[in-house]
Design a protein around this ligand. Structure first.
Ligand SMILES: Cc1cc2nc3c(=O)[nH]c(=O)nc-3n(C[C@H](O)[C@H](O)[C@H](O)COP(=O)(O)OP(=O)(O)OC[C@H]3O[C@@H](n4cnc5c(N)ncnc54)[C@H](O)[C@@H]3O)c2cc1C
Length: 530
């Protein structure tokens, strides 16, 4: 097969969503993936620790996908392919210096939890106010911001809030989480329950827009829980590929695209590292970073200077570290035994340690008391471990790409790289800190795998420097400014070439948003044909 309608570079969630929608619409689709397995940052494996334990080496939690438009459109096809989601009533919790708390999808239980902390009225008022705008908030995060119908959102907002209200909403969208949390809640536990969620969109509590993101994610998990596919994310990848293949699409793995062919200003196909060439009759869609696209795949093409300058200046954010543990039994949480049933528990000292750790990492320093994201996949999908056993998915997001020093003064920066010695020393710090809260952690650990920034980038070249979000998500690189301040959304200066993936709007996560938006655009019937 060397001629398709659409060629897609990469096989992450956005590429697979785009391919499934395009294939269903009758387009002949070819996906080229440089790795030997598809899925990008979805990497489910059964051989990381011990037999019988299934780990998500990278992404694990699917609320964005299940709550998004791609799932709504493909749900019945995915189910026909055997995809089953499991959910939990206890999506998130926290253990901090002030105590612990659990947020539930049972709204009455969550209201009671905040009331116990002295913040019942504050939580209910916040949630009700936000629910009054939730259509606009999710609309803003899901819309193709360069299409006329995104103006509908603006018109709806203006009608609802008036001109002055609209301006005030703009300020609300930009507020950092820390002043909002301090103003709204009294308990340090309430604040620590919500604040770390900004990390999951690449932000810290002092960054612009982190209050908005915290409200969006807080409301989304309170209403939608924390779904995961039974058997792991690979089941979603397999189901999407099943749809694609059933509709005549194809995927090539070990297919490293090194060049997007351009003729007469139009994308006409791709060339692989092994010399094979494929023709795209209608479009090429690239799931890449801006530098990967403009300085790699389009190298040598005639591109506007403002595009190449902006692509060159695109920044990457803090690095991620993942620690995977196979446990002989469920964790025993000191603060509250019920925390073992919670999907994601954040362990941190409090708002100040969160702020300090994010800023330390931004400035090149290892935090002394990092925020530990403790994922407990077995609490939602027990099939991930043998009967009675358990896994932990530990994530650290406050890591510098290059180490300049250590706030704790224990780990020498050396040449600044994350070599095994520094990575393992830092992982030991994390395990020590977590052992303060999980009393049986050391005895119950049967096996451990630590993945640092280098290993994460090696698995997926779009995760530059180990940045899990393929680009800094602060406001100047978000929304209309993602992927580039000078780009008009997913369109590129080359005709019939589209840019998708986490480096583009609506950003990272398993929503598949950019793939969905581009596929909808390419399958839209032209007015006259309609
Ligand atoms: C450690 C970690 C944990 C995360 N946890 C979660 C989570 O729990 N929930 C959540 O919603 N999000 C999570 N995320 C974020 C989310 O996984 C990513 O934002 C999302 O998967 C990115 O999807 P994508 O479509 O941009 O493609 P990617 O997943 O980045 O995949 C891109 C693919 O393109 C391929 N590719 C690139 N260039 C070429 C080329 N030239 N030729 C051929 N192939 C190419 C790459 O090999 C890769 O397979 C996490 C991310 C990481 C790294």
């Amino acid at each position: 097969m060397n001629r398709s309608d659409v060629i897609i570079v990469g096989s992450g969630i956005n590429a697979l969503v785009a391919a499934a929608i395009l294939a269903k619409s009758g387009k002949k689709v070819l996906i080229c993936e440089r790795n030997n397995v598809p899925g990008g940052a979805i990497k489910t494996v059964t051989d990381a620790t011990l037999p019988g334990f299934t780990h998500e080496l990278l992404s694990s939690w699917h609320p964005l996908f299940v709550g998004g438009p791609a799932y709504a459109e493909l749900k019945s096809d995915l189910e026909a392919q055997g995809l089953v989601y499991k959910n939990t009533q206890k999506p998130t919790g926290v253990v901090c210096q002030g105590g612990s708390a659990i947020l539930s999808t049972d709204l009455a239980a969550t209201a009671a939890e905040f009331a116990r902390l002295g913040d019942g009225e504050a939580w209910t008022a916040m949630l009700n106010e936000f629910l009054g705008k939730i259509d606009l908030a999710f609309g803003l995060l899901g819309a193709d911001l360069w299409r006329a119908n995104s103006l509908k959102l603006l018109r709806t907002a203006r009608k609802r809030f008036g001109n002055r209200g609209l301006v005030a909403t703009g300020a609300e969208l930009l507020e950092p989480a820390s002043p909002w949390l301090d103003r709204t809640f009294t308990s340090p536990v309430s604040k620590a329950l919500l604040a770390p969620w900004a990390l999951h969109n690449g932000l810290g509590p002092d960054d612009a827009s982190s209050a908005f993101i915290t409200k969006v994610i807080g409301a989304a998990v309170a209403l939608g829980g924390m779904p995961v596919p039974v058997g792991g994310g690979i089941k979603l990848v397999d189901a999407l590929l099943g749809i694609i293949k059933n509709h005549g699409g194809e995927i090539l793995t070990n297919a490293d695209v090194v060049k997007i062919n351009v003729s007469g200003g139009r994308a006409t196909g791709v060339r692989l590292a092994d010399g094979r060439e494929f023709i795209a009759a209608k479009s090429v869609i690239a799931s890449s970073t801006p530098q990967g696209l403009y300085e790699g795949l389009l190298k040598g093409e005639d591109l506007p200077i403002e595009t190449t300058k902006a692509a060159d200046a695109f920044r990457y954010g803090r690095a991620a570290i993942q620690i995977h543990l196979a446990l002989s039994e469920p964790p025993v949480w000191k603060a509250d035994a019920g925390l073992k049933d919670v999907a994601i528990v954040h362990v941190l000292d409090g708002m100040n340690s969160l702020s300090e750790s994010v800023n330390a990492a931004n400035r090149g320093y290892l935090p002394s008391r990092p925020t530990i994201v403790v994922g407990q996949p077995t609490s939602v999908d027990p099939s991930r471990a043998p009967e009675g056993k358990f896994i932990l998915w530990l994530q650290l997001q406050e890591n510098p790409q290059k180490i300049l020093g250590d706030l704790a003064g224990e780990i020498a920066a050396g040449d600044g790289t994350w070599n095994d010695e520094r990575l393992n020393a830092y992982a030991d710090r994390v395990i020590d800190q977590l052992s303060e809260q999980i009393t049986n952690l050391r005895e119950a650990t049967l096996a451990k795998v630590v993945l640092g920034p280098k290993q994460i980038e090696d698995m997926n070249k779009n995760l530059v420097g180990g940045d899990p979000y393929a680009g800094d998500c602060r406001i100047d690189q978000y929304a209309v400014w993602r992927p580039l301040a000078s780009a008009t959304g997913h369109k590129t200066p080359i005709k019939d070439l589209w840019h998708i993936g986490a480096s583009t709007h609506p950003g990272p996560g398993l929503g598949g948003g950019s793939g969905y938006l581009v596929a909808k655009r390419l399958t839209k019937k032209k007015f006259l044909r309609r």
